[in-house]
Design a protein. Sequence first.
Length: 345
Amino acid sequence: MRNRYYYLLEMIAALILTIVVTSLAIAQTEPTTPAQATPTPSVSEGESKAATAINDAPDAAAKLTLAEAFVKKYPKSSLRPKVVSHLTNQISRVTDDAQRLALAERFQKSFPGDAESQRIGALVVDAYVRTKRVDEAFNLGANILTKQPDNIEVLTTLAIAGTDEVRRQNPKYSDTTSQYALKAIEMIEGNKKPASLDDAAWTHQATLLPRLYLDRGALALAGGKIAEARPHLEKAISLDPAEPSAYFFLGGIVDEEYTKVAESFQAMPAGKEKQDALRKATELMDKVIDLYARALGAAADKAEYKPLYDKALESITPYYKYRHNRSTDGLQQLIDKYKAPAKPS
């Protein structure tokens, strides 16, 4: 059974990584611009112009160079937090992984003590993950979390990355990953927003809740903890009914239950006990059909889910035919029933 779920994990986690483009939980929203149009009494005209120049610079590298000059000239400027926040967001938008990591590491050296710069640590962790430096990501993440245990951006980044490692059959961080996911879930559900996080970033974190439950379910499956996996997968479905992976995982769990009951049925002598086993097996088969149909409906017409769709269709077909006189008539209608309604244009 364990090998079976590792196979499912490998396929589905690859899909999730394609869909969840950004594992880092830094919201890609622009903060308040670092400069004010009219200098306040606490901000000199020179500071204001220098901050505006940072804001107007063409790219993150240029902004960082100007920001480094800014803090050398105005180390105690009241605009410094806004400069740092702006720069953090700009670096997080750099699409080249190696460049983003280089800028983030340089940023850490230039702004080591800024409270606003705490978020850059999560960005560096994410950059390590993206460049396949997983050990460094977890080592740095653990160090950050020792000092900032509520750094949810690090927690969610490593929870996602650790699940991906498990699907590669690398269980080195599986226990830690599960703990990070649990901590992040508790923070989000308890609305425990860190003081250093702005509202936009916190809102982004909340969108990761279904994924975190899905990951905890996937980790439990990989560890052979089937009973533990089920409630996490069911919660993931309740939070995001349009995501097909949890349906598919649950279908696999019930499929295993059906197989065991069916095997027991075959070995039983005729009688009431055997009839009861047949009834139970039939109920489980119908549940398997329903779960795979829901997965198919949720995955339909989504190119990124094509491998999952094909596997679910392969899994459902023999059961459906068995329950419908060796015919697939009506199967497509069942799948269509579970398709997400089209969004109005």
